[in-house]
Design a protein around this ligand. Structure first.
Ligand SMILES: [Zn+2]
Ligand SMILES: [Zn+2]
Length: 343
């Protein structure tokens, strides 16, 4: 057959023309010159079909093109790519829409302007309105939180929230953080995340979590409650030395209501209740640790020298170990010298 356009003898594709002429005389994509998108100036999310989403601009633009452009159904394997430059009036974007007709790749280029309508999103307006479903209160038993605890607890809570947000929960946020009565208060938009923070702090510092709830009225004909999670961390910390009865221990870690300790005379681990620890006497923390020069060792003993006064001490090995370092860590508790376990 002869093509009615070019007159060449070829396979007729459609409307009496060959594929080549058909492709030349048709366009397969059509769209507006300007696209408007609502964009939140605070969190940079975009409104899309009445829903706010946090995605990269490139992905948002792809979605907007799919909706605003007419892309011929004749095109197979449609792909959209773009190159954008930021200008005062918005983003100037070169949009490439590609696809296949009968194994022939078609790429059509459009230049569009994406204008941004700056609107505060649903989540940010809730956040600025002080919305919170949970309050997490961190306090220390009989003392104020130390500066390094304040910094660490804050960072722990913030990074936990960031992780949960990164998993796709954009409705989650910290409304406020306040230092109160020597402790910290976190105001969190969701209860589950509030409890997760309390548990994470408990894991690190020990202590008990107390929950209470407060009726805050009706919403969509449902009773609403605000949760408070109070966690009182113990007055002692990881690394502290304790005397219980006539034995000496170092705190290794906290597990909810339990404390893992190491018995310094035998180097074996034991677990105690937080409550029973509260009655013990605290001798101090890591400031008591002294590094001494290892002079010699036998199976049962080590000879160590104090680096300050060159005094030599003989210490019984808590168990059969052989030290291969030049120094060992020691602690003097009630005039008894102990070797600190090597971790
Ligand atoms: Zn032709
Ligand atoms: Zn926002």
């Amino acid at each position: 057959m002869f093509c009615v356009e070019c007159g060449r003898e070829d396979k007729i594709f459609r409307d009496g023309t060959c594929l080549n002429c058909y492709l030349k005389s048709h366009t397969f994509t059509k769209g507006p010159k300007i696209i408007e998108l609502s964009n939140c100036p605070h969190c940079d999310s975009f409104k899309f079909k009445n829903t706010w989403i946090s995605e990269h601009f490139g992905d948002i633009l792809k979605k907007a093109i799919k909706i605003n452009f007419q892309i011929s159904k004749e095109l197979d394997k449609v792909d959209i790519n773009s190159e954008c430059t930021e200008k005062k009036e918005g983003m100037i974007c070169k949009v490439y829409i590609s696809g296949f007709i009968e194994n022939e790749e078609i790429i059509e280029e459009h230049e569009i302007l994406v204008r941004f309508d700056r609107t505060v999103c649903d989540v940010c307006s809730k956040r600025f309105g002080g919305y919170h479903e949970a309050i997490v209160q961190i306090r220390a038993d009989n003392r104020k939180l130390k500066n390094k605890e304040l910094i660490d607890i804050r960072a722990t809570a913030e990074s936990l929230i960031e992780d949960l947000q990164a998993e796709g929960n954009r409705a989650l946020f910290i409304t406020d953080i306040a230092e109160e009565h020597g402790g910290l208060d976190f105001y969190i938009s969701e209860k589950a995340a509030g409890l997760a923070i309390a548990k994470k702090i408990q894991e690190k510092y020990g202590g008990e979590i107390k929950q209470s709830s407060k009726n805050i009225g009706m919403k969509d004909s449902k009773q609403m409650y605000r949760m408070t999670y109070l966690i009182r961390i113990p007055s002692y910390e990881k690394g502290f030395f304790l005397k219980i009865d006539n034995s000496f221990f170092q705190i290794i870690s906290f597990h909810g209501n339990k404390v893992k300790l190491i018995d310094l005379s035998k180097w074996n681990e034991t677990t105690f209740d937080v409550k029973s620890i509260q009655k013990s006497s605290i001798l101090g923390g890591e400031e008591l640790i002294k590094e001494m020069i290892l002079i010699s060792q036998t199976n049962d003993e080590v000879q160590v020298m104090d680096q300050k006064n060159y005094k030599i001490n003989i210490v019984k090995k808590p168990k059969q170990v052989s030290f291969d370092s030049k120094t060992v860590k020691t602690v003097k508790l009630n005039d008894r010298l102990f070797l600190i376990p090597v971790v």
